[in-house]
Design a protein around this ligand. Structure first.
Ligand code: AP5
Length: 217
């Protein structure tokens, strides 16, 4: 199955992507994670992306599209994939559509996670991420047993540079201007499905999986 998750920063895309992709036995491809990995390793791609990410702006389309085009050609995507954080602009969505069509395939479904701005700020200001395994925690809503350590692997937890309140507000504006037009784009394609992304994480996963079952062709 070929799935895209769309939704504002903090909607829970990364949280849900890990459970949904594992349930469907497809790889989760998170452009934010790939960029952060490149930034922490000081690669040329990371150096190009870093300033945009710190400001809460989108990395330019040509950089992001080239990176995703490479990743989608890896063997593990043959049976499908779940894209978390891509596409994020209409040109990215158009390029993805052309690319998949050239490979004689297409997206099955775009799942929109719907939450309001206040919930986003509450979620992102408490987010903690494991430096070793990437597992996402929340200081209040999903706290690890020890404040600084991941329960899963013992790795150190950190707060993302772009999770300061001012930057979160800017990311929300960027989402409204540049990413929310994708909702109409995919509604026109007949593959958009919105779900309420508030409430307990496992209930949202169940909502997502039952929505996906309806689109699994
Ligand atoms: P990216 O990492 O994709 O950031 P984002 O879209 O802003 O999304 P987030 O990762 O902040 O939130 P999320 O929806 O994954 O929420 P999460 O599950 O973590 O991108 C970062 C940057 O990279 C961008 O700003 C841009 O610069 C660049 N970039 C990436 N892709 C790009 C592209 N295609 N084009 C150009 N640039 C690109 O959850 C958040 C918190 O809430 C966590 O603490 C979690 O524990 C908690 N939580 C989750 N679910 C619940 C729940 N149900 N109840 C309570 N708490 C919950």
């Amino acid at each position: 199955m070929r799935v895209v998750l769309v939704g504002p920063p903090g909607a829970g895309k990364g949280t849900q992507a890990q459970f949904v992709a594992s349930h469907l036995s497809i790889p989760k491809i998170s452009t934010g994670d790939i960029f952060r990995d490149n930034v922490s390793h000081g690669t040329a791609l990371g150096r190009r992306a870093q300033a945009y990410m710190e400001r809460g702006d989108l990395v330019p389309d040509e950089v992001t599209i080239a990176m995703v085009t490479d990743r989608l050609q890896d063997d593990d995507t043959q049976a499908g994939f779940l894209l978390d954080g891509f596409p994020r602009t209409v040109p990215q969505a158009e390029t993805l559509k052309k690319m998949l069509s050239a490979w004689e395939t297409r997206l099955d479904v775009v799942l929109e996670l719907v939450v309001d701005d206040d919930e986003v700020v509450r979620r992102l200001s408490g987010r903690r991420t494991c430096r070793r395994c990437g597992r996402v925690w929340h200081a209040l809503f999903d706290p690890p047993a020890h404040v600084d350590a991941c329960d899963d692997c013992g790795g150190q937890l950190f707060q993302r540079d772009d999770d300061r309140e001012q930057t979160i507000r800017h990311r929300l504006e960027v989402y409204q201007e540049q990413t929310s037009p994708l909702v109409a784009f995919y509604a026109d394609e007949g593959i958009l499905l919105g779900i309420d992304a508030t409430g307990p994480v496992d209930e949202i996963t169940e909502r997502a999986l039952s929505a996906l079952r309806r689109f699994n062709r």
